[in-house]
Design a binder for this molecule. Structure first.
Ligand SMILES: Nc1nc2c(c(=O)[nH]1)N[C@H]1C(S)=C(S)[C@@H](COP(=O)(O)OP(=O)(O)OC[C@H]3O[C@@H](n4cnc5c(=O)[nH]c(N)nc54)[C@H](O)[C@@H]3O)O[C@H]1N2
Ligand SMILES: Nc1nc2c(c(=O)[nH]1)N[C@H]1C(S)=C(S)[C@@H](COP(=O)(O)OP(=O)(O)OC[C@H]3O[C@@H](n4cnc5c(=O)[nH]c(N)nc54)[C@H](O)[C@@H]3O)O[C@H]1N2
Ligand SMILES: [Mo]
Length: 756
């Protein structure tokens, strides 16, 4: 007899959204906030005079003032605005060793950080420290570093443009270009891959394009959970009869059907709208092969019926098509089928739907980017659009779905490890110092340098670096070896507990809170997924009187570390308009910054590809060939593990233990498997299995989970992050963009016997 544990595993038959979403919102409010406060707060989310939702980077029509309901946005807001507190009494009661035994959910659920804290090794506890003392010590250790390039500065994408810019100037004046960003784990293949093909590292569509498109291709994203406000446009398009073609190994409920909580008819009649017109369960890691198949089919159709491809656009606007077509013609259908997991007929069918549409938007998320071929995948998706001229015209274009609400903005205002001579010249002209010439570290190289002892200091502007990264063991060892670690955060997380010699937790104001400087309420600015920049104004009384804003804390650290700084830190922090005036000097695209953010909705940064201006070396859009088909030619037939977000989590923040739409309740220790794969391996629904990374030399990476039969493509398995990060080797990354491969890890799976 095998033991099976199916507790909390049950089918969920409802559509995404609907009453389930309203109920979950009510529960989130009841658990975190006093009921009176919440409705008013939620009504201020994404309104012209309110704050930008800290949930995701999906844009809003800010000029309108209708409230857009969003369950997971509500969770993000109430989680920040919680009534719970983690103050000095909390830390006095718990040693770091004890807190390490807590779950990620329990750590953050303890509440908002209220005081600056310093780790005391003698008692193994965090103790309160004054702001001045913390800044003085941090400044002292920073000044004492002989190798300034051994200081690492990490940014998580919730930080505003103002905070990110000050952080980037501080680090560069100090002497380090080490600006790792959560974008290195997220959309780096977009930032690196897109400029090579269309001359810009950002998407090309705006919200209005969704009103005009006649086909949407959705690849590797789960909007009902991660970009819920996107469900509005998807729902509208579906109702307009726009076909929506989905490529995703899992059948995600929100891509199947959705009931709009703002639609009285759907809510009243318990009906819903189908979202995907065609759903294709591509194999994990099979996207490049699938794109090649669709494009091969298009080439074949065009040979039979010229005009399927947009030859005029290709001739006038692109470069490299003949070689690209020759590669498609030389690729066999058998290989395409084997690697994509889709049949030739299915791929032909997609090509047929695509060939009939004239204004096509292709949207994508982590399912496409977090691969060892992430940049290639993004480029293949773009090539598909280019073949029929679907970039740079109304209703068409490429739409990467960014993660954190300001991750795109961080990068625009200087959070990059790369050397940019134009930016460096402007910094020199503006401030009178030149940033160091040595290129910095991205996220993976940051962890490598910390782990080898080359880097000794880590300053984190938000986030949970050590837990978001692959290879928790190595991250733990790296964190424990540091001389100084500084965390600017709203909540307690596990990175705080991986203590080195000297550690500070500095509590920050959140996006929802009033930020008063020089007696005046300040606004910060953020850039959404569609390059719209707008203001965000917090409204709530801060969680504690000791909190400081991110810009103020960065200024405090900078003043202590750089006594002869050329930057007027205190003056800048008194009025954030002054910070924006400087951003405009370094990045001229922000001209008239302060005037333009005062208009409802803000302004859009320039996107040359939308005008069919291609900022590539050839001056044209490029067709770049992806050699071969498989992202993992060494282990093509191994099962491929993908790591996923549940419906109740925000990255490493675990709001709760349910994943409603996937039918998992009260637990996260599951491995989603295809029923045929289970049968082949003799594994039963609910049985405990051991998963090993199958990469050479990585066999020590293992994890035990409960296998459950799920509607997932054959050859693919799925587990939750961050629990499964132990199975992700740090060195398994995309050589072009440096992103860790979180989504397609070759694994072996075996049963764990009941006696074991
Ligand atoms: N509520 C909430 N909102 C969030 C976040 C959150 O954690 N919670 N995180 C934010 C951040 S930082 C980000 S980056 C975004 C992430 O948003 P998504 O990109 O939606 O993130 P994932 O949950 O990683 O899921 C990706 C989807 O890709 C599919 N997939 C997995 N492997 C493959 C593959 O090989 N090929 C294809 N085609 N599909 C695949 C999965 O089945 C899943 O549906 O969301 C942001 N918004
Ligand atoms: N296996 C696997 N690993 C992954 C992924 C995956 O799909 N699979 N996804 C990757 C992706 S896309 C990303 S973006 C990274 C996420 O990496 P990070 O951005 O580093 O992690 P988060 O979990 O978003 O950070 C949570 C912490 O942010 C802090 N915080 C919240 N709001 C604020 C604020 O306003 N200011 C400040 N200063 N702090 C704040 C809180 O203290 C909280 O503990 O994870 C990556 N890791
Ligand atoms: Mo992300």
């Amino acid at each position: 007899m095998t033991e099976r544990d199916l507790s909390g595993i049950r089918s969920y038959h409802m559509p995404a959204g609907g009453w389930g979403a309203l109920k979950a919102t009510a529960v989130a409010i009841a658990e975190q906030m006093s009921a009176g406060k919440a409705p008013k707060l939620l009504l201020q989310t994404n309104q012209p005079e309110g704050f930008d939702c800290p949930g995701c980077a999906w844009p809003d029509k800010h000029s309108q003032s209708t409230f857009q309901f969003c369950e997971n946005g509500a969770k993000a807001v109430t989680w920040e605005a919680t009534k719970r507190r983690v103050g000095p009494e909390f830390f006095a009661q718990h040693t770091v060793t004890e807190l390490l035994t807590w779950s990620d959910h329990d750590l953050e659920n303890a509440g908002r950080l209220t005081h600056p804290m310093r780790y005391d090794a003698a008692t193994d506890k965090y103790v309160p420290v004054s702001w001045n003392e913390a800044f003085a010590r941090i400044g002292h250790v920073l000044q004492a570093q002989t190798d300034k390039s051994g200081v690492e500065l990490y940014t998580s994408g919730r930080a505003s443009n103002e905070a990110s810019f000050l952080f980037s100037i501080f680090g560069r004046e100090y002497g380090s270009n080490n600006f790792a960003d959560c974008s290195n784990m997220c959309h780096e293949p977009t930032s690196v891959g897109l400029p090579k093909v269309i001359g810009q590292g950002k998407g090309s569509v705006s919200l209005d394009d969704f009103d005009q498109c006649d086909l949407i291709i959705s690849v590797g994203h789960n909007p009902g959970t991660n970009h819920p406000r996107m469900m509005g446009p998807l729902h509208d398009c579906a109702r307009r009869g726009v076909p929506i073609v989905v490529l995703n190994p899992l059948r995600e409920r929100s891509l199947e059907r959705f009931a709009d909580p703002q639609d009285p008819i759907e809510m009243g009649s318990l009906s819903s709208t189908r979202i995907a017109s065609n759903y294709y369960q591509v194999k994990v890691g099979g996207d490049a092969a699938a794109f090649k198949g669709i494009m091969k089919a298009l080439v074949e159709r065009d040979a039979a019926q010229p005009g399927i491809l947009d030859h005029e656009f290709i001739a006038q606007h692109t470069h490299g098509f003949d070689a690209f077509r020759a590669d498609l013609e030389a690729t066999s259908w058998e290989e395409i089928e084997r690697h994509s997991g889709l049949t030739r007929d299915q791929l032909q069918e997609i090509a047929g739907i695509y060939a009939q549409a004239n204004r096509v938007i292709l949207t994508y998320g982590m399912g496409l980017t977090q691969h060892s071929t992430g940049a290639h995948n993004v480029q293949q998706a773009t090539a598909l659009l280019l073949m029929r001229g679907n970039i740079g015209k109304p209703g068409a274009g490429i739409c990467p779905l960014r993660g954190h609400s300001n991750v795109q903005g961080n990068r625009t205002v200087g959070i990059t490890e790369l050397i940019d001579p134009v930016m460096f010249d402007r910094i020199e002209q503006t401030f009178g110092f030149r940033p160091p010439a040595k290129p910095g570290h991205n996220a993976v190289n940051t962890l490598r340098a910390m782990s080898s002892g080359e880097s000794k200091v880590l300053i984190c502007l938000g986030g949970n670096f050590a837990i978001a990264m692959p290879d928790p063991e190595r991250a733990g060892q790296a964190m424990r070896g540091l001389e100084l670690t500084v965390h600017l955060n709203t909540k307690l997380n596990r990175s705080h507990l991986l203590v080195g010699k000297e550690v500070y937790i500095l509590p920050v104001l959140g996006r929802t809170e009033l930020d008063i400087q020089g007696g005046v309420a300040q606004a910060v600015t953020v850039e959404d997924s569609m390059s719209m920049v707008h203001a965000s104004r917090g409204k709530l009384t801060p969680a504690s009187e000791w909190l400081r804003s991110e810009p103020a804390i960065i200024a405090g650290i900078a003043q202590a570390a750089l006594p002869n700084s050329r930057v007027p830190w205190a003056h800048l922090v008194e009025d954030y308009d002054r910070i924006r005036d400087l951003i405009e000097k370094i990045y001229p695209d922000f001209h008239d910054y302060n005037a333009r953010i005062r208009k409802p909705g803000g302004f859009r940064l320039s996107l040359p590809a939308t005008e069919r201006v291609w900022k590539t070396p050839s001056g044209k859009a490029e067709f770049l060939i992806f050699q071969g088909l498989d992202e993992d030619p060494v282990y093509p037939d191994a099962l491929k593990l993908t790591t996923l977000r549940s419906h109740d989590q925000y990255n490493t923040t675990i709001y709760g233990m349910d994943d409603r739409y996937r039918g998992v309740f009260g637990r996260r220790d599951v491995l989603f498997m295809n029923a045929q794969d289970m049968q082949r391996l003799g594994i039963e629904h609910g049985q405990r299995v051991q998963i090993n990374t199958a990469l050479n030399g990585e066999t020590h990476r293992c994890l035990s989970l409960t296998a459950i039969a799920h509607d997932i493509a054959a050859g693919s398995v799925g587990a939750y992050f961050p629990e499964a990060n132990n199975l992700c080797p740090l060195d398994y990354q995309d050589p072009i963009s440096g992103i860790p491969c979180y989504k397609s890890i070759p694994v072996q799976i075996r049963k764990v016997s009941a006696e074991a």
